[in-house]
Design a protein around this ligand. Structure first.
Ligand SMILES: [Zn+2]
Length: 352
């Protein structure tokens, strides 16, 4: 069963994606006990991830690995964006805005047309900036989907939705959906895309999403020397800091490719390694229903669910996923809520 699954996966990957055959290397795959998909092992410290099925059809990764090179289409937003305008205005102020500036911001917000003012993303950011009151957060309002499961004591029923490889054009819509559903998620961003659309990171930050570092060039970090790994992580961190004013406690090695060198570099950067326990394979199927079914079906308390916000088919699945998780009594939260005290360098497949 796993062999068949992986062979099918490899064939599909070859047909759909740009592939490289990785040189054979030693290493063992560490099965993740929380992982329910029999076709996958979670990436071990010296191996590639579950999105990199072995060509030989065996569940043991590391030999003849196939590596998906995602196209990473840059999604530059076009057209007038009132949110960007608000952000641009905001960025012209100092971080410690004086009363006059704050009042000007408030006036600017109130001068927006009503549809723009009520736009979930804008309203959320405006609340975060103290331009409106009272704050409305975390499902206390009777909005659609807001009445369902909320975090249990100790976050015992929490799961984390995580999105890689953006920000991209679909990210705008995803943030709207998350606002409407009152869900905080986590975004592992690539430095060039973050640098190209810092307003999207500021929007994520203002809405309380966790922003993580997905490096600069999406290379397999386990094949780079220590200085190069440091550089990849530093550039990702710099992009987050440039946009939001703060760094991040989380990084995700592209392809789940890590080793001791990467772990040490992450530790130096103060970032834990966020892996995953549920791989939706959204990048492969590009199927909204299947992405929802996998995410909801495999999610257990403490799960970290892997998706990619560069695919419209994934974004279209998110509402279904949130509703499905809540129907199971699970509460989607951001990584900082799921794992409040991550240990730098350590790998987290789920909440420990
Ligand atoms: Zn990635």
């Amino acid at each position: 069963m796993p062999a068949v699954h992986l062979r099918r996966l490899a064939a599909a990957s070859l047909a759909a994606c740009l592939l490289f055959a990785a040189p054979a290397q030693a290493g063992t795959a560490h099965a993740n006990p929380g992982h329910t998909n029999p076709g996958h092992t979670n990436p071990g410290r010296t191996n590639l991830g579950s999105t990199n099925p072995g060509q030989n059809g065996s569940a043991q990764v590391g030999r003849g690995d196939i590596i998906l090179a995602q196209a990473n289409p840059l999604g530059s937003a076009t057209g007038a964006d009132p949110f960007a305008q608000l952000n641009q205005f905001s960025s012209q102020t100092s971080s410690r805005a004086e009363d006059g500036v704050h009042q000007a911001l408030r006036s600017a917000y109130q001068a927006l047309p009503e549809p723009a003012r009520n736009h979930p993303g804008i309203a959320n950011q405006a609340r975060a900036m103290g331009l409106v009151d009272p704050p409305v957060r975390n499902g206390t309002v009777g909005a659609a989907g807001a009445s369902a499961s909320s975090p249990a004591p100790g976050c015992a029923n929490c799961v984390a939705l995580t999105f890689d490889d953006g920000p991209a054009t679909p990210t705008h819509q995803l943030l709207d959906i998350l606002d409407r559903k009152r869900v905080q998620a986590s975004f592992f961003v690539l430095a060039p895309k973050a640098n190209a659309q810092p307003q999207l990171l500021r929007r994520m930050d203002a809405a309380g999403h966790t922003i993580g570092n997905h490096t600069a060039t999406h290379r397999e970090l386990n094949k780079l020397d220590a200085a190069s790994v440091d550089r990849e992580i530093a550039q990702g961190n710099d992009a987050v800091r440039a946009a939001t004013g703060h760094g991040t406690r989380w990084m995700r090695p592209p392809y789940g490719a890590t080793n001791d060198t990467v772990a040490a570099a992450a530790a130096r950067a103060g970032a834990a390694q966020a892996f995953w326990s549920v791989d939706t394979l959204d990048w492969k199927t590009r199927n909204t229903e299947q992405t929802c079914r996998t995410a909801v079906g495999e999610a257990k308390p403490g799960a970290i669910i892997l998706m990619h916000d560069i695919h419209p088919s994934t974004v279209a699945a998110v509402e279904c996923i949130i509703d499905g998780l809540r129907a199971k009594g699970l509460a989607p939260v951001n990584l900082d809520t799921l794992i409040p005290h991550p240990q730098p360098g350590r790998i987290y497949y789920s909440r420990p």
